[in-house]
Design a protein around this ligand. Structure first.
Ligand SMILES: [Cu+2]
Length: 119
């Protein structure tokens, strides 16, 4: 079981950890030609509580429940948001619903749902 660090400073590390589960091992780069499409992006819907917001970086940390379609267990992790404007009006401790993409890079939140808005 993997332990997650709770700071936004760990976003890169956590993002890399997530990407590592989906991306081919660099050591297997010679098998690239027979690998699955490298650009395959998975999408999932999650629910969680905001633990940190970094408006300047366009990032937030969410303690989220399991997201089976992404193969993620419940954890606390950092995300980039598609648009920094999505962070407006959000508060630490707030419960949100969200959509996230996991491609070859950092996980990205593409939508945030609260009782007062739909995206
Ligand atoms: Cu996660």
């Amino acid at each position: 079981m993997r332990t997650h660090i709770l700071t936004l400073a760990a976003i890169l590390t956590l993002g890399a950890a997530h990407a590592a589960t989906a991306a081919p091992d660099p050591a297997m780069a010679d098998m690239k030609g027979m690998a699955m499409p490298a650009s395959a992006t998975k999408t999932g819907k999650g629910v969680g509580v905001i633990t940190e917001i970094d408006a300047k970086a366009g990032a937030l940390t969410i303690k989220h429940g399991p997201i089976p379609s992404l193969g993620w267990p419940a954890m606390t992790m950092g995300f980039h948001v598609k648009s920094p404007a999505m962070l407006k009006g959000l508060k630490v401790g707030q419960k949100i619903g969200f959509d996230a993409n996991q491609g070859s890079g950092l996980p990205e939140i593409t939508a945030i749902r609260t009782p007062s808005r739909s995206t």
